[in-house]
Design a protein around this ligand. Structure first.
Ligand SMILES: NC(=O)N[C@@H](CC(=O)O)C(=O)O
Ligand SMILES: [Zn+2]
Ligand SMILES: [Zn+2]
Length: 435
């Protein structure tokens, strides 16, 4: 197997140095590494930031069931192009990932594809129905080794079921990732509730519907002594509740999506369903609050909530359209634009928020490791000085529902290495990693 020498890369945005990747491991780091050129491919990384391979805690890959929107293969190719080496695949597939059989199938498809490791998320309740707990233990014990459980797309709104799930996952150090949406407060909801929803005549999704569930769940997690993760938090009040919970010592973590770091509900004035997402785009004040929360560590991670949908489910009347946006290939650029270029985060902190912490929350031991000798060679090379204009067709995803069409975004993923082998090189997908 060929080795790769990344010449003059800047690990975590620091000083230029060389990294040598061989047999799946970072075997040397240092200036002007002298290697016999025989089996070594030299990659010119001058000016490129080297980060540990990104880890997404929240991706929808749609397989099984909606292979017209995405497959494990196309979703992981999209992930590789975004700099990811591990993604957690949400359970709202068809059939639902609520058994050991389904999670093992998804996990295996990821390995066979060879573009990005897939760590399946198990459903909390059978069929996402919110009636009884799924086989959490069997999914944890399966080859997929599930540690994250979520009914994402739907809230585990029954407090007794949520309590039981939190109790159950303690046995195998699992975590419940809650889609915080009080169902009665959001019946028929289409966009953020506020003056604008009234003006546009669309049913509002109030901030309190998210905040009430987060408040309840942090108290349940404290009561049970378990680990809680909050999916795609989107309001100022949610940030404040999580900040309070952490100050009390409650074991809670939270994620924000790139789109909630950048976009606001004002975009919905267009009635373009491309901006329809769950939770909805919020106000500029909420955007400021989630940025502050991410900067001060209240929000632990950025997760994409990559939610592919076919055109026919998005190009229709706003009220009839599906909720969701794709996001794997734009995530790092949006984080650069909103957090790095504004001085709110360093590249080192980006590596924490998009690699180390999501791996830790998901209990994925092999990913999110530091760029150091002896560590697995999961590395992304990123050019922060590049700019590109987003064209919806320029993606490995089967879906085109990006809200950034026509946006000029900073940065470009130049190469992604999974176990020392490129999945992306010179900005192009390779054949993947096959043992
Ligand atoms: N985010 C979305 O708007 N949609 C997600 C579900 C979810 O993340 O809640 C989907 O599965 O399409
Ligand atoms: Zn969700
Ligand atoms: Zn989701």
């Amino acid at each position: 197997m060929t080795a790769y020498l990344l010449r003059d890369a800047r690990p975590l945005g620091g000083d230029p140095t060389d990294l040598l990747l061989r047999d799946g491991v970072i075997v040397a780091i240092g200036a002007d590494l002298d290697v016999d050129a025989q089996d070594v491919t030299v990659v010119d990384a001058d000016g490129l930031v080297a980060l540990p391979g990104l880890v997404d805690l929240h991706t929808h890959l749609r397989e099984p069931g909606r292979e017209d929107a995405e497959t494990v293969l196309t979703g992981t190719q999209s992930a590789a192009r975004g700099g990811f080496t591990c993604v957690h695949a949400m359970a709202n597939t068809s059939p639902v990932a609520d058994t050991a059989g389904v999670v093992e199938q998804v996990w295996r498809l990821g390995r066979e594809g060879g573009f990005c490791d897939v760590q399946p998320v198990g459903a909390v309740t059978v069929g996402l129905k919110g009636e009884r707990l799924a086989e959490l233990g069997a999914m944890a014990d399966s080859a997929a080794g599930v540690r994250v459980f979520s009914d994402d797309g739907i809230c585990v709104s029954d407090a007794v079921l949520m309590r039981r799930a939190l109790e159950y996952v303690k046995a195998f150090d699992g975590v419940v990732a809650q889609h915080a949406q009080e169902p009665r407060l959001t019946e028929g909801a289409q966009m953020n509730e506020g003056a604008l929803s009234g003006e546009l005549g669309l049913v509002g999704w109030p901030a309190v519907a998210e905040e009430a569930i987060i408040a309840r769940d942090v108290l349940l997690a404290e009561h049970v002594g378990s680990r809680l993760h909050v999916c795609h938090l989107s309001t100022r009040g949610s940030v404040e509740i999580v900040r309070w919970a952490k100050s009390r010592g409650i074991d809670v973590t939270a994620e924000v999506t790139p789109h909630h770091l950048l976009l606001t509900d004002e975009l919905v004035r267009s009635y373009d369903p491309i901006y329809k997402v769950n939770p909805p785009l919020r106000t500029a004040d909420d955007v400021a609050a989630v940025r502050e929360g991410l900067a001060d560590g209240t929000i632990d991670i950025v997760a994409t909530d990559h939610a592919p949908h076919p055109m026919e489910d998005k190009e229709c009347e706003f009220a009839a359209a599906a909720f969701g946006m794709i996001g794997l290939e734009t995530a790092l650029s949006i984080v650069q634009q909103t957090m790095v270029d504004t001085g709110a985060l360093t590249w080192e902190q980006v590596a924490e928020a998009m690699s180390a912490r999501p791996a830790r929350i998901g209990r994925v031991a092999e990913h999110g490791r530091p760029l150091a000798v002896g560590e697995p060679a999961h590395v992304v090379l990123y050019d922060p000085s590049a700019t590109r204009t987003v064209t919806p067709g320029d993606t490995a995803s089967l879906s085109r529902n990006t809200p950034y069409a026509g946006h000029e975004l900073p940065g470009r993923v130049v190469a992604t290495f999974l176990r020392g082998v490129p999945t992306v090189l010179s900005g192009e997908l390779t054949e993947g990693v096959h043992a």
